[in-house]
Design a protein around this ligand. Sequence first.
Ligand SMILES: [Zn+2]
Length: 105
Amino acid sequence: MLAYHCPHCGKCWSYPVKKCIFCKSDTREVSETKYTVIGFTKVCVPSSGNERVPYFVYLIEGRNGTKTLLKSFHEYHLGHAIDLAGIGPQAVPAVVVPGNDPALR
Ligand SMILES: [Zn+2]
């Protein structure tokens, strides 16, 4: 999954943000596919666009500390390692939270 990182502010987005919305600096693309499940919720109530239930929404953390959300029909436990290579379309757009990697600060 690509993230867009502002080297000046340390903000990250999972959307293709080419210029930082805070400082107008050019962002750079950061590619990450290996994540770990750090939280999840099981959704049992269908909604528009999410008619098939139950499904899970996972909070996952990349090796560089960035976090994002992933919708899946598979049940994973906390700490489960997920490689998004090949299952990218299941990932739902979300704000990516920068981690503690000095390279992303
Ligand atoms: Zn910035």
